[in-house]
Design a protein around this ligand. Structure first.
Ligand code: KG4
Ligand code: ZN
Length: 350
């Protein structure tokens, strides 16, 4: 069976065709995965402008879907279902994908499967690597999310912790902005950090105490928090600028030091969760999983502690529709389809 996936939750318009293989260990293969990025449009404003994003999705959606079908050498009659991101995300952007998916599916007589965006990121790991050894800890780390999930059975995602303020990708974007490095911040900080000294700038770690003193069983010590770190970088930059303009080497040192704290926090919490829940594998997905140091540290710690670690390919780590199609196929095979009155939900829970 072929499924069409559609993703428009933020600033990428994407459509993909994914095929069921019949192989339980490697259940899906990608026939096409077309992504129209809006980064050049939002770069001018230093971040995603929701109203511009939804208007651009409207311009792009038909062409992107047509190309995905063409590249997959498939027509509407070859499809078995349409999967679409229902949320979370920018509501205007989500609405474009959801409306298109519902209308196209109705016209073609196909069922719709509504997909949670983070389920898509989690299934990108399976799309890339085949089914992972369970139980598995998945860290989803992107511009909007930093969350740890426990997967004990395929398709069941149990939230263990999340960020209390900024997402890790958001921290990258904000630090890049205050250093005048442009948008998005992740890739440029990743590149500059390679030439910097990661111990040059003393920045606070991100240790946390109990989230709720009235519910001490919920320790919350696996939660994340990145806004204090961002503020510490801001303070350091302001103090350094007071002594003159920041040179290239100083900027590289800040990037490397900031990245060390972020990556160490992410990796430590993921392995701590794996220890507590006796996980047999660890996966990291979402835009920030493209980070070169995160990938290297994850592999190193995995080898050291003898636990297999997994990441998606670079093209499957940032937002794309193939991961939504995969998560949709998983739901469809579990017997779940979505009634026609389904609507976009900006704060959809997983
Ligand atoms: O998953 P994604 O494409 O969109 C969301 O769902 O948010 O993630 C985008 C985020 C941005 O914050 C971007 O700065 C970050 O991923 N990112 C990176 C890297 N590449 C993208 N962060 C760190 N290092 C990278 N190499
Ligand atoms: Zn995402």
């Amino acid at each position: 069976m072929l499924i069409l996936g559609i993703e428009t939750s933020c600033d990428e318009t994407s459509a993909a065709v994914v095929e069921e293989t019949g192989d339980a260990a490697r259940p899906w293969s990608i026939r096409s995965n077309v992504v129209a990025s809006q980064v050049p449009i939002h770069r001018e404003w230093g971040g995603v402008v929701p109203e511009l994003a939804s208007r651009q999705h409207i311009r792009d959606i038909c062409g992107v879907v047509e190309r995905a079908l063409e590249e997959a050498r498939a027509s509407w009659t070859d499809l078995g279902a349409v999967a679409v991101t229902q949320g979370p995300g920018l509501v205007g952007s989500l609405l474009v994908g959801v409306s298109f998916a519902k209308a196209a599916a109705a016209a073609a007589g196909l069922p719709v499967v509504a997909v949670h965006h983070l389920a898509g990121h989690i299934e990108s790991l399976v799309l890339q690597n085949g089914e992972l050894p369970l139980p598995e800890i998945v860290l989803v780390v992107s511009g909007g999310h930093t969350s740890l999930y426990l997967v004990e059975r395929p398709g069941r995602y149990q939230l263990l912790s999340r960020t209390r303020d900024d997402a890790a990708g958001e921290a990258y974007d904000k630090v890049a902005k205050l250093l005048g490095l442009g948008y998005p911040g992740g890739p440029v900080i990743d590149r500059l950090a390679k030439t910097g000294n990661d111990r040059a700038v003393r920045l606070p770690g991100t240790r946390l105490t109990h989230a709720d003193r009235n519910a001490p069983e919920l320790k919350g010590d696996l939660d994340f928090s990145f806004s204090g770190l961002k503020t510490a970088v801001l303070r350091h930059v302001n103090a350094a600028k007071g002594e003159g303009a920041l040179g290239e080497a100083a900027v590289a040192d800040i990037c490397a030091s900031f990245q060390r704290v972020v990556v160490t926090t992410l990796v430590d919490r993921a392995f701590e969760a794996a220890r507590r829940w006796r996980a047999r594998s660890i996966g990291v997905a979402g835009g920030v999983s493209a980070n070169s140091r995160l990938r290297a540290d994850l592999r190193m710690h995995g080898e050291l502690r003898e636990i297999p670690t997994f990441v998606p390919s670079l093209s499957l780590s940032t937002d794309n529709a193939a991961m939504i199609a995969a998560a949709g196929l998983r739901k469809f095979r579990a017997g779940v389809t979505t009634p026609p009155d389904m609507n976009a939900d900006a704060a959809l829970a997983l």
